[in-house]
Structures are given as structure tokens and as C-alpha cells.
Design a protein around this ligand. Structure first.
Ligand code: C2E
Ligand code: CA
Ligand code: CA
Length: 471
């Protein structure tokens, strides 16, 4: 009957439309894109996808409330609809994401013209429940057949172009560039996935042992590992710079510090002989004024002793001589936390500057260690100079990236204090690190190691080095 028929139509409409704005939703939109592509193919016309992201919607929701946020979205939808042709489609496909389908175009600049027109209409100011607000959006454009042949690819590329526009400063639009898509696409994907990696519990830590001249376990460097559901395992060398650029490093750095301290405290409670734990801190973390508070509360909450915490920072973080960074470091050192200068020799600071930097330890960069047992190159002279200067200043010298017996022999002869690298151990999962702590505790008291006594140990929990000395 009529009533049921009406109800059916309404349900069908609801399933295809966004309740807030009345615009088509993603499903219906994709269907229309498919139709437009078929027509475009037949008539040799282009089809444009314009992807809009409302700027600062979250800010509006947070400060003025969701009702005003909703009003803004509805107004945005009205304007979008008013500025396109009857035959084109505007849709809402996510919280602050809108798309427009414009068909029957002759060129890519046609699509840009449409975007310009829409942006102009969107920008006119308006009042929402008495609050004058400027609407603005960032937009990305992809065009069939230039930037993709199917709806899915076109949507993704319009989205990528929108992301580029956002990064270039809001309130503008970008046309998709095929050349940029690969590297940028990967970067953007990393940025997005990183955003919820903590919540999705995709991070864990591995620990790489640091061995003293006496063959004892001197420390464990905590290294962040990311196994992303979408991207698989991504190296920190790749994602840490992205995290820094995307403003995610503070959050991630806090997670690392907390995870390391909690695990360290747990190990102590289990009665393990826990050495110092080194945590890497990005330069950006140090320039953040809440860094030392964050470290203090992490130590308090976990119960991990400050005297066992070692923070690794790079020269670039210190050479700027940022007053607030230096003050925070001083404060933390007074509590007994140690600081290590990571990757020393790769940055801009000279040997002489070592004098002025507030650190307890210097880590000779991997690249110098690598060159040590080659005949060419003057790494040995450089490392000797670093060690000489460092010891003068009473700094502990750690060599990282020790991979061969030859490198170890030279480093030993130069007076290096601590060694870290695949020759001894690769970074270890928690359980393996526990085994190692037990194994090293057993081999005490000690006698000094000499080159040749170490063995490259990858995963075996009890290293040859240890069993050799214990037996
Ligand atoms: P890094 O601080 O210099 O860490 C040492 C890196 O060298 C680690 O790579 C480690 O696995 C690797 N390595 C250790 N021994 C050897 C060796 O004998 N040979 C070679 N070829 N490599 C060795 P990983 O874990 O991939 O980390 C890369 C970089 O990512 C780190 O360099 C550090 O700068 C950054 N990173 C890692 N975890 C964190 C973190 O929690 N926070 C921050 N801010 N950065 C981190
Ligand atoms: Ca490090
Ligand atoms: Ca390093």
C-alpha cells in the first residue's frame, strides 16, 4: 500500500543520504562517479572529483560546541550545492569531508575553474547562532582519465591532493600530481597511520644491550618498533622524521618514555639486575616546555629510579642553545638522570663544543665505527680525538654500530668505554632482554673482554660471550 511504499522510499533515501545535510553519502556518490566515468568514456569527456576538507571543524566543535559545528556543516553543504550545476553531485563522505563530482569537462583547468568558483562561495562569512565564523576548506582535485580510471583511485588521488593542499597552508586547493604521489603518498599514509598507532597498540620497544670494557651489561637502549596493521613493519628511521614533521613526536616520545620506565620498573620488581635504560628523545621534545614534567611524572608513576634513566639526544637538539632546553636538561640531571649525545660527529658541533654541552656520555656515530677497520679513511684519528677530548671532560664514550671483531679491537685500543652493536647483540624483544639480564648477572664477577671474545649473537638468549666466560 501507499504508506509502506512511502516508508520504503524514505528508508532507501536514508540509506543513501547523510542525515545531517541531506546530501548523498559515499555509496551513492561512488555510484554516480561510476556512471559519470562511463559517460565520459563514451563522449570523450573528462570527469573531476573535488575533495573538500572543512578547515578547523574540530576547533569549532571543541570551543563552540557540536550544535554550532553541525550548523557550520549544514551551511557548508548548502553552499556547496548552490555553487555546482544541477547535473553535478555534492556528497558528504565523512565528518568534515565533502566531495563534488563534476562531469562533462574538456580539460583539467576546467576542473580548477570549478574549484575556484566553489571556494569563493564557501569563503563568504556567516553567523552561526550569533557567532560570526569564516568558513574555509582545503580541496584536492583528481581528474578522469588523467589521474585514474576508476572511482576508487580517483577518490584516493583527490584525497592525497587535498592533503597536499592542507600542508601547503589551509584554504586552498591542489591538483593531483602523479609524480609526487609515490613518495608523498607513502609519507601521508605513514602520517595517518601513525596518528592512531598508540591507540591501536601497534608500538612496542626492543632493547639493545650496551657492553662495558669488563664484559658486563652496562645498559639497554630502548628502540621503538612499529608494526602497522596497514603498512606492516616500518623502520623508525622512516617514521620518526614523519612524526616530527606532523607534530606527533611529543605524544609518541611520551609513550616511549612511559613504556620503557614501566618495563624497567617491572624488571626491577622481578628481581632482575637491571642496568641503565637509554631512551631516545627528539630535539623537538626538548624544546617543548613540558618535557621535564613529563619525564618526572613518568618516573613517579612507574617507580623507575631516575639514576637508571639515560636520555639520548642529538647535537642538533643542543647546539641551538635553546635556553629552555638547557634548563630542563640541567633540572633533570640534578635528579640523577644522565644525558648522552647521540650520533656524535654527524651534526654541526665541533669537538670544542663538547665542552659546553650538558651531557654525561658521548655516542660515537655508527658511520665512523664502520670505517675503522678499512685501510682508507681517517676515522681512527677522528675517533681518537673524540675519545681524548671526551675523557678530558670526564665523559663516558660509547661506540655504536660495532659489527666486527676488528672494529672492537681498534675501539678498545683507543680507550672506548662501552660498545653497542650487532657484534654483541641486535635489539632484543622484552623476553629476550630479560634472559640476557639473567645471563649477564650470572657471569659476574668479571674479567675484561678482549677483542675476539665477543661473538655476533642475534637472537640466542645466552650469548656465546657469556657462556664462554661463565664456564
Ligand atoms: P639510533 O638512536 O642511532 O639507534 C641505533 C640504531 O642503530 C638502531 O636502529 C639500531 O638497530 C641500529 N644498530 C645497532 N647496532 C647496529 C650495528 O651493529 N649495525 C648497524 N648497521 N645498525 C645497528 P633503529 O632501531 O632502526 O633506529 C633508527 C633510529 O631511529 C635511531 O637511531 C633513532 O634515531 C631513531 N629512534 C628509534 N627509536 C626511537 C625513539 O623511541 N624515539 C626517537 N626520538 N627516535 C628513535
Ligand atoms: Ca640512540
Ligand atoms: Ca645513534
Amino acid at each position: 500500500d501507499l504508506e509502506n511504499a512511502l516508508l520504503d522510499t524514505r528508508l532507501a533515501l536514508q540509506a543513501q543520504h547523510d542525515p545531517l545535510t541531506g546530501l548523498p553519502n559515499r555509496l551513492l556518490f561512488q555510484d554516480r562517479v561510476q556512471q559519470a566515468i562511463l559517460r565520459g568514456y563514451r563522449n570523450r569527456k573528462k570527469v573531476a572529483l573535488l575533495w573538500f576538507d572543512v578547515d578547523r571543524l574540530k576547533q569549532v566543535n571543541d570551543t563552540l560546541g557540536h550544535r554550532i559545528g553541525d550548523e557550520l556543516l549544514s551551511e557548508f553543504a548548502r553552499r556547496l550545492k548552490a555553487s555546482i550545476r544541477e547535473s553535478d553531485t555534492a556528497a558528504r563522505i565523512g565528518g568534515d569531508q565533502f566531495v563534488v563530482l563534476a562531469a562533462d569537462l574538456d580539460s583539467v583547468p576546467d576542473a580548477q575553474g570549478i574549484a575556484e568558483k566553489i571556494m569563493k562561495v564557501l569563503r563568504a562569512s556567516a553567523a552561526f547562532s550569533g557567532h560570526p565564523l569564516k568558513i574555509s576548506a582545503s580541496a584536492g582535485i583528481s581528474v578522469y582519465p588523467d589521474h585514474g580510471l576508476g572511482p576508487a583511485v580517483l577518490m584516493r588521488n583527490a584525497d592525497l591532493a587535498m592533503y597536499q593542499a592542507k600542508r601547503a597552508g589551509r584554504n586552498g586547493f591542489h591538483v593531483f600530481h602523479p609524480e609526487l604521489s609515490e613518495s608523498l603518498g607513502r609519507r601521508l599514509e605513514i602520517e595517518r597511520e601513525l596518528g592512531n598507532a598508540i591507540e591501536a597498540r601497534e608500538f612496542h620497544l626492543e632493547y639493545q644491550p650496551q657492553i662495558g670494557r669488563d664484559g658486563n651489561l652496562r645498559g639497554l637502549e630502548a628502540l621503538l618498533r612499529w608494526n602497522s596493521a596497514k603498512l606492516g613493519v616500518v623502520s623508525p628511521a622512516e617514521f620518526i622524521p614523519v612524526a616530527e614533521e606532523a607534530g606527533l613526536i611529543l605524544q609518541i616520545g611520551e609513550w616511549v618514555a612511559r613504556a620503557a620506565c614501566q618495563e624497567g620498573a617491572k624488571w626491577i620488581r622481578q628481581g632482575l639486575d637491571v642496568p641503565g635504560i637509554a631512551v631516545n628523545a627528539s630535539g623537538l621534545q626538548l624544546t617543548d616546555k613540558t618535557f621535564s614534567d613529563m619525564i618526572c611524572s613518568t618516573l613517579e608513576e612507574s617507580g623507575f629510579p631516575p639514576s637508571k634513566l639515560d636520555l639520548e639526544v642529538t647535537e642538533t637538539a643542543l647546539v641551538g642553545n635553546l635556553e629552555s632546553a638547557l634548563q630542563q636538561i640541567e633540572g633533570l640531571r640534578k635528579m640523577g638522570i644522565r644525558f648522552s649525545l647521540d650520533d656524535f660527529g654527524t651534526g654541526y658541533s665541533s669537538l670544542n663544543q663538547l665542552r659546553t654541552l650538558p651531557v654525561d656520555c658521548v655516542k660515537v656515530d655508527r658511520s665512523f665505527v664502520k670505517d675503522l677497520d678499512r685501510i682508507t679513511g681517517d676515522s681512527a684519528a677522528l675517533v681518537r680525538a673524540i675519545i681524548g677530548m671526551g675523557h678530558n671532560l670526564r665523559l663516558l664514550i660509547v661506540a655504536e654500530g660495532v659489527e666486527t671483531e676488528g672494529q672492537l679491537a681498534i675501539l678498545r685500543s683507543l680507550g672506548c668505554d662501552v660498545f653497542q652493536g650487532y657484534y654483541f647483540h641486535r635489539p632484543q624483544k622484552s623476553e629476550a632482554a630479560e634472559e640476557l639480564m639473567r645471563a649477564y648477572a650470572v657471569r659476574r664477577p668479571h674479567r675484561p673482554i678482549n677483542a675476539g671474545e665477543g661473538r655476533a649473537v642475534s637472537v640466542s638468549p645466552i650469548p656465546d660471550l657469556v657462556s664462554e666466560l661463565v664456564n
